[in-house]
Write a protein that binds this ligand. Sequence first.
Ligand SMILES: NC(=O)c1ccc[n+]([C@@H]2O[C@H](COP(=O)([O-])OP(=O)(O)OC[C@H]3O[C@@H](n4cnc5c(N)ncnc54)[C@H](O)[C@@H]3O)[C@@H](O)[C@H]2O)c1
Length: 257
Amino acid sequence: MNRDGTASLTGKVVLITGASSGIGAAAARVFSGQGATVVLSARRADRLRELVADLREQGAEADYHVMDVRSGDEVRRVVESVVERYGRLDAAFNNAGVARHRTPLHLIEDAAYELVMETNVRGVWNCMRHEIAAMLAAGGGAIVNTSSVGGLVASSAAAPYIASKHAVIGLTKAAAVEYASDGIRVNCIAPGLTRSEMVDEWFALSPGAEEKAHRSAPQQRAAAPEEVAETAAWLCGDKASFVTGATLAVDGGRTAW
Ligand SMILES: NC(=O)c1ccc[n+]([C@@H]2O[C@H](COP(=O)([O-])OP(=O)(O)OC[C@H]3O[C@@H](n4cnc5c(N)ncnc54)[C@H](O)[C@@H]3O)[C@@H](O)[C@H]2O)c1
């Protein structure tokens, strides 16, 4: 809540990537619940359409674009159309990502490596380039990228994912340093285990993985996607005005252990 009693993201135009499920879909609800105009993007039009209809029914200002973050042209077109429609882009939550789990490094195919790096690293790169251009034109803004506890510490059999999420933290710091004097803040969240399709898929394939994963953090549970989205919303808002270049672990204590 702001001092004048309005919700913390009131009036802000926010682009969310990977909004068709999990943390991104939760962010759509959390950000719009805090007063933001949300522009959702992902590849699955049917999911986005449904979510936008839901949000509009609750009185929110929401729109969507189908966009593959691996394509710089698609990202540019979406950012341009946000600016055309709303006049500016105040904040972005670059959250789209993929994981390919459970393969020893020496057995991982090039194609799997490329999919993870193209989505998780080039995707954030494409988004930041075009978002920053729009924010420079508007005189400032805030970006939050989704890394992972895998961007802070390694685990076995997920080498491309671990590398990609470390790279997200590097890109975040580089952009934060470069654009701080332009009024653009760039931060990163590092979620731990969070309930989502990505994780459900992994648990379905690996019996016993769920219980083991829960035991890997002091809080001994997975986060609800909303708990992660709340942190991203705070970082996008003016209450986080002196926070830039930071990586905030949202991991139930996992990396403190
Ligand atoms: N769930 C976890 O435990 C966990 C932990 C740490 C980090 N993360 C990160 O959180 C982010 C969100 O993941 P999630 O857990 O909500 O999983 P999810 O699979 O539910 O969501 C991923 C989203 O990214 C989108 N996406 C994937 N490739 C895309 C592409 N090329 N272009 C556009 N959109 C694309 C998907 O459609 C989906 O909307 C990811 O970056 C993931 O790496 C998740």
